[in-house]
Ligand binder design. Structure first.
Ligand code: ADP
Length: 334
């Protein structure tokens, strides 16, 4: 029932899809989001109406795509999946919208990356379920008004601030997804381990959970790495020792920080005297995309007290200095 118009071609995607919960009931954590969704879904179904348009925002891997799929299951509606960068012209959107049935869901991942032309084309579709489609150009250009079936648009983005105000105002419900706690991640890893038929010690699973950067996608990814390690270096069973050795090899530390997280903090401390520094400067030093740093790296470091954001820029905290083994002067402690 899922029509995927994005070819990610990534092995991880099929692994993710296999482990995705299919109902709100099965979905772990995000209680407040689930409560509100459950009411909206029940109410819409009682009235036999499609759901309002929904926007999910939050760091990658927290379940935006998962929730969109769950909503389509719960609404017993078809879902069409696409992404902002895949919709480059009006015709791309027309192709999707003209085939849509009453109540169907259109999921647009990375919706902040829609170009202006496409974005403005979508406004009347969201608001009045019609589009003004331009055919031909120049002297022969004409606009055809095209009515659409009532559908639900679900958008996902890493930061709500990246979306223009007119687009944001056309969503009926906005949901911020938060990081998960270790208890929730342990349940997620346990569920995945069960689905993969793994043999494990309970403590091994909570250890994976605690190193997962508070993110379900990373929890599942680490589980996969540990599974391989256990198979090759151990008896196949997931034990605390196996998890420790495997995560050491993956260079995931006791706070769940990975190499990029540490490189970010190290650059801030050694090149910019701990800050304040602009994000562009740190991105240039690391040779990384600014977006990756802002969407993936920074939210976790901020949340965990390794980083401060002030008007003047980013600053490393004492916790960052201590954790990376630098004294307050930025010298590496022996
Ligand atoms: P996003 O769209 O926010 O980047 P995804 O929805 O793709 O994140 O989630 C990544 C993976 O994490 C999913 O494949 C799923 O297996 C797992 N996951 C996410 N949220 C949950 C959850 N609440 N409960 C269980 N597993 C989850």
């Amino acid at each position: 029932r899922v029509v995927n118009t994005v070819s990610r071609g990534k092995q991880e995607e099929s692994f993710n899809n296999a482990l995705r919960p299919e109902s709100l009931q099965e979905c772990i954590g995000q209680q407040n989001v689930k409560d509100k969704l459950s009411i909206a879904i029940t109410a819409a179904r009682q009235r036999s109406e499609p759901l309002e348009h929904i926007l999910f925002y939050g760091p990658p891997g927290l379940g935006k795509t998962t929730l969109a799929n769950i909503i389509s299951n719960e609404m017993k509606a078809n879902i069409r999946v696409t992404s902002g960068p895949a919709l480059t012209k009006q015709g791309d959107v027309m192709g999707l919208l003209s085939n849509i049935s009453q109540g169907d869901i259109l999921f647009i991942d990375e919706i902040h990356r829609l170009n202006t032309v496409v974005e403005e084309f979508i406004y009347p579709a969201m608001e009045d379920f019609k589009v003004d489609f331009t055919v031909d150009s120049g002297m022969h250009a004409k606009t055809i008004n095209f009515p659409l079936k009532r559908f639900t648009l679900i958008g996902a983005t890493t930061r709500a601030g990246l979306i223009s105000a007119p687009l944001r105002s056309r969503f009926g419900m906005l949901f911020h997804l938060n990081y998960y706690n270790t208890r929730e991640l342990t349940l997620i890893v346990k569920r995945s381990a069960g689905m993969l038929n793994l043999d494990y010690d309970e403590d091994a699973l909570s250890l994976i959970a605690s190193r997962s950067r508070s993110t379900p996608r990373i929890a599942n990814r680490l589980l996969k790495r540990v599974r391989d390690y256990a198979q090759v270096k151990g008896s196949g069973k997931l034990t605390v020792d196996i998890v420790e050795s495997s995560l050491k090899m993956e260079r995931i530390d006791q706070y769940g920080l990975d190499e990029l997280d540490r490189a970010f903090l190290k650059a801030l401390i050694t090149v910019y005297d701990g800050g304040p520094s602009g994000i562009e400067a740190v991105a240039a030093t690391l040779g990384e995309e600014r977006d990756t740093l802002e969407d993936v790296v920074e939210p976790y470091l901020l949340q965990n007290g390794f980083l401060r954001r002030t008007k003047r820029g980013r600053e490393a905290t004492k916790k960052a200095y201590d954790h990376l083994g630098f004294d307050s002067g930025g010298l590496e402690k022996k």
